[in-house]
Design a protein around this ligand. Structure first.
Ligand code: HAM
Length: 420
């Protein structure tokens, strides 16, 4: 029986990889320009990092983690997100001793056992950026500015930035109680999961997709009506800095984010092109995460972009597929040997060139060159080889010229250079 990939785990094939490379390259360029450095963290962590960091009573920890016991009896989990791991690495390697402020980004796969559908997978990629060590609302605005700048750079339009403040550990308990009181009166409308959430984590009810739960929560008290004066001041400053940067935003008091570590600023960027899985990016501030995972009192803020969703929004007319610059059509044994020597030289010069190793008919080789969308075809037969020349055909203009073989590599290098 043919072995297939695991459900929710996707192959990224060569014809789509150009988009991914473009997005990753742009992220590196933009983020590094904003002073961020890359960090690479393991895919596997101790389970408690996530259960303590993300929160026991979240969907991720309750039912979406890929957790297993290794041969030594340790409970390990495939990372469902990167923030907790980045915080762990910052603490473990005492990056704060170099400078208290760290601006870090990472790109890689995350794993969540969710029901797969368009835009929702069990292995998905995130681009994640975090700033550790700054409480100042300027940095909240700065990461959002960087995010929006990046999304625009890759060509996204018609995006909506939604922001909210979730308060802090001093003021949120009061909101939680009020919300619980409000929802207890409507508990008959809540689904089984939300009945449980009402006791363990009533804020999570905002994210429930069940219609009756949505109805129950429709007129619930707003978190922003309960935040303390310090949180209010912080939030006002974030808005002010966003406005100074010329960004428009929508206040969404119902956006509570699905992870428990958030405090104060929370934000999402949604695209109305995406259907139900419309959040391209989620992020926010988490001033207690470090303490939850056993560390120091360090504030943090960041975001993660879902790459599958982002890639699906890229402009359709943009060409991302890497096509060979040159296809060599060699006819006969001698020319094929010479073509092989030329192709090796071109590869060493970084010129993308292809060769038909079987030396088939000219017609079939031209067909392959067409399929590959090669910009040039070099035709090399016995006659040309005898004269030390080859025919170079521009596939777009159809213009053909004879080129002396010894000058070929330099001529092609010059053509590539002119094109760049
Ligand atoms: P999140 O909202 O869980 O936040 O995920 C961020 C983004 O990852 C989502 O907006 C979505 O684009 C993408 N995503 C999430 N789950 C899936 C999935 N199953 N399939 C495809 N894409 C998905 C976090 O992960 C936080 N760590 C973000 C953060 C960083 N907050 C502060 N710093």
């Amino acid at each position: 029986m043919e072995i297939k990939a695991v459900r929710g785990f996707n192959d990224l094939l060569p014809n789509e990889i150009g988009k991914w490379q473009f997005v990753e390259e742009t992220a590196r360029e933009v983020f590094e320009g904003f002073g961020f450095s890359e960090i690479r963290i393991p895919i596997l962590e101790r389970t408690e990092l996530f259960s303590r960091g993300i929160g026991e009573a979240t969907d991720i920890v309750e039912k979406e983690m890929y957790t297993f016991t290794d041969r030594s009896g340790n409970s390990l989990t495939l990372r469902p997100e990167a923030t907790a791991s980045m915080a762990r690495a910052y603490l473990e390697h005492q990056l704060y001793t170099f400078d208290p402020v760290a601006k870090l980004y990472c790109i890689g796969p995350m794993f969540r056992y969710e029901r797969p559908q368009k835009g929702r997978y069990r292995q998905f990629y995130q681009i994640d950026a975090e700033v550790f060590g700054v409480e100042n609302p300027m940095v909240d605005a700065e990461v959002i500015v960087m995010l929006i700048h990046f999304l625009k750079r890759v060509g996204l339009e018609k995006l909506e930035l939604q922001i909210n403040s979730l308060g802090c550990h001093a003021c949120r308990p009061r909101y939680r109680e009020e919300l619980k009181k409000f929802l207890t009166q409507k508990s008959f409308q809540l689904c089984e999961d939300c009945q449980r959430r009402l006791q363990t984590n009533p804020l999570r009810i905002f994210d429930c997709k069940v219609e009756t739960c949505q109805e129950a929560i429709a007129n619930a008290p707003k978190v922003t009506d309960f935040i303390c004066p310090e949180c209010q001041k912080h939030f006002d400053k974030v808005k002010e800095h966003l406005e100074t940067a010329g960004l428009t935003y929508i206040l969404n008091p119902r956006m509570v984010r699905g992870l428990d570590y958030y405090t104060r600023t929370a934000f999402e960027v949604v695209s109305y092109q995406l259907g139900s899985q419309n959040a391209v990016t989620g992020g926010g501030r988490y001033d207690n995460l470090f303490q939850e995972i056993g560390g120091l009192e360090i504030p943090g803020i960041g975001f993660a972009i879902g790459m599958e969703r982002l890639v699906s929004l890229l402009p359709k007319d943009k060409e991302f597929v890497q096509t060979p610059y040159l296809f060599i059509a060699a006819l006969g044994e001698g020319p094929l040997k010479e073509a092989y020597r030329i192709v090796n030289q071109l590869h060493l010069q970084g010129i993308r060139a292809e060769l038909d190793y079987e030396g088939k008919s000219l017609k079939s080789q031209m067909r392959r060159a067409d399929k590959f969308k090669a910009q040039y075809v070099l035709i090399l037969g016995d006659e040309e080889l005898k004269q030390g020349k080859a025919v170079l055909r521009n596939m777009e203009t159809k213009f053909q010229e004879e080129i002396p073989i010894p000058n070929l590599v330099n001529i092609l290098k010059e053509k590539v250079r002119r094109q760049e």
